[in-house]
Design a protein around this ligand. Structure first.
Ligand code: ATP
Length: 310
């Protein structure tokens, strides 16, 4: 008995002559939120579109709940809910009218449609706007309606392509909460090019770059790869640079200004505590200390130098 919700095997896709993704392999067999991380053009949408059966791959197979997308597309698609990068919303319909249409398209039987619509609206927090035209909703609420159409038929797998793109910080927090809540009951795959987005929402991460999978593991394992190795300190009364350079675990010191320094260190981020204590002892008058986060490009370079996983 195969318990996989989704399995991608040797997935490759070529637009014209250039390969967008090459040999992507992974499977998911449990609930939770999985992040698909990658910079713009890395191949996230291509992978998701193929996974959801809206794009035919050049090579490889997609299996959802044991059904292959090529041989049993209807059975496979019943198990998937998809919010593409541009939400497929009808602006001239109300929320309720739109979700009712979606329920019929998902072949929910007529008598069950009102219940399915009410349930999806409640889950996504849009019930109070059910009679509002979609065109009159804010970006965050439009996205919630997009997510509601993706879960209306109670799929096992929910695929969300950059669902927080273009939202303001409050809306992002709300949509993240909703994604996590859905992940308690279903498998959710959600893509983003923003690392902090994936860190805040996902238990597992897969990273694609240049069409290839370069990392696949838990969020904790990913964070271990990207431990910061530099920090910035502002000191109103700095010691001589040589004194900073001679501190344990400090590899080098970069002078940004008379009072601001970048410290490159080895070991862990606990160095911050040691620097704060030392600063108090020696009256450096510390005003700021910040660990620097790696950019996606740096992480990709780091991961490419380690053994890539699939
Ligand atoms: N319809 C298309 N025709 C030709 N090339 C395409 C097409 N769609 C995507 N590509 C190319 O395939 C590569 C992967 O694109 P894809 O949209 O899958 O990346 P992505 O990671 O989702 O990026 P973004 O976050 O910018 O959407 C890119 O080089 C892109 O330019």
């Amino acid at each position: 008995m195969n318990n996989n919700i989704v399995r991608l095997t040797g997935l490759s896709h070529r637009y014209g002559t250039s390969w967008a993704i090459r040999d992507i392999n992974f499977e998911i067999s449990e609930h939770g939120v999985l992040g698909l991380l990658g910079s713009n053009g890395a191949g996230k949408s291509t992978t998701m579109n193929i996974m959801c059966g809206v794009l035919n791959q050049t090579e490889g197979t997609v299996e959802v709940g044991g059904f292959t997308m090529q041989d049993n597309p209807i059975a496979a698609k019943k198990l998937i809910g998809f919010l593409p990068q541009n939400a497929p919303l009808y602006m001239e319909l109300t929320v309720k009218e739109y979700l009712t249409q979606c329920a019929y398209l998902r072949l929910i039987s007529k008598k069950d449609v009102p219940y399915a619509v009410d349930k999806a609206m409640a889950k996504c927090g849009v019930s109070h706007f059910k009679n509002r035209l979609i065109s009159n909703l804010s970006g965050g609420y439009k996205q919630r309606v997009g997510i509601a159409q993706a879960i209306i038929h109670e799929p096992r797998l929910v695929v969300l392509d950059e669902p927080t793109n273009g939202l303001d910080p409050n809306q992002i927090t709300e949509v993240r909460k909703l994604i996590k809540a859905i992940g308690e009951e279903k498998s959710v795959i959600f893509s983003s090019h923003i690392l902090s987005e994936i860190q805040a929402t996902c238990s597992h991460v897969k990273m694609v770059e240049n069409g290839k999978m370069v990392f696949a593991d838990s969020m904790d394992a990913f964070n271990n790869y990207i431990e910061p190795d530099s920090l910035v300190m502002s000191l109103q009364n700095p010691p001589p640079i040589a004194a900073l350079e001679n501190l344990d675990e400090v590899n080098s010191v970069e002078v940004i200004s008379d009072t601001k320094f970048r410290i490159h260190f080895s070991g862990g981020p606990e160095i911050c505590e040691r620097l704060i204590y030392r600063g108090i002892e020696q009256d450096w008058k510390m005003r700021e200390i910040t660990l620097e986060k790696s950019s996606l490009d740096q992480i990709f370079a780091q991961l490419s130098n380690k053994s890539p996983k699939n």
